[in-house]
Ligand binder design. Structure first.
Ligand SMILES: Nc1ncnc2c1ncn2[C@@H]1O[C@H](COP(=O)(O)OP(=O)(O)OP(=O)(O)O)[C@@H](O)[C@H]1O
Ligand SMILES: [Mg+2]
Length: 215
């Protein structure tokens, strides 16, 4: 890498795949996201998966941003150590927002509607997210930013878009007593941003919900 990030600060998140720490990159606040080797996977498979996810994440973060969906800028990457250096965005995740606000709060609904809008825009520009939980969305400078696109895909079919929508609905179900009102706000934002194909994707999400329920 062209510049070594500063030593990790006490802020550190260890997800299922990645370890995320705060740092400093050429004077800019950054986030260093590293996918450590997973000993339980075959070494060749592990290396392939880590590289693929990193590449996908970098490509889709940039493409989404070009299509007008806020995502962190990629500042640097190192395929050999599966490390990504991202612009650090300030703000709580939507999971934190939902935890801290009360059902019925207008701001809460408005933020979820912007979340729906961002997904609609992402789908309209031909990208699916693949892991759209409220922890992968930040509320930053008055709008949402999407994170963690490593499981996303380009030119998604209806099924992938339906799965994105279904995952959001499941996540809201787990996090919120006012789930129904929030799903409605989400869908309103989604439809507005994706008038040409949103209806078909929403229909597919309903089908998926039925399949999961009666499986
Ligand atoms: N650019 C960023 N700016 C601010 N906070 C971020 C940024 N990227 C990640 N975060 C924070 O770090 C957390 C974990 O990041 P991320 O979701 O990218 O990793 P992960 O879920 O462990 O990774 P993966 O699922 O790709 O293996 C996020 O939920 C968010 O709180
Ligand atoms: Mg994540």
């Amino acid at each position: 890498m062209s510049s070594e990030p500063a030593p990790p600060s006490p802020w550190r998140v260890e997800g299922a795949e990645a370890v995320v720490t705060e740092g400093d990159f050429l004077g800019l606040p950054c986030l260093v996201k590293r996918r450590p080797v997973k000993g339980y996977r075959h070494p060749a498979l592990d290396q392939r998966l880590r590289k693929e996810r990193l590449r996908t994440e970098v490509r889709l973060l940039a493409e989404a941003r070009r299509a007008g969906v806020r995502t962190p800028v990629v500042l640097d990457l190192d395929l050999a150590s599966s490390t990504l250096v991202l612009e650090r965005l300030e703000g709580p995740t939507l999971a934190e927002v939902l935890e801290r606000t009360a059902p019925g709060d207008e701001e809460r609904g408005a933020k979820v509607e912007r979340w729906g809008h961002a997904l609609g825009r992402l789908h309209a520009c031909g990208i699916s997210h693949g892991d759209l939980t409220a922890s992968n969305v930040l509320w930053c400078e008055g709008d949402v930013a999407l994170l963690d696109l490593s499981l996303g895909s380009r030119a998604p079919g209806l099924e992938e878009m339906g799965v994105d929508l279904h995952l959001v609905s499941e996540d809201l179900n787990t996090l919120c007593p006012d789930r129904e009102a929030l799903v409605q706000r989400f869908v309103r934002g989604y439809r507005e941003a994706y008038p040409s194909g949103g209806e078909a994707a929403l229909l597919r999400a309903k089908e998926i919900e039925g399949r999961v329920r009666y499986a």
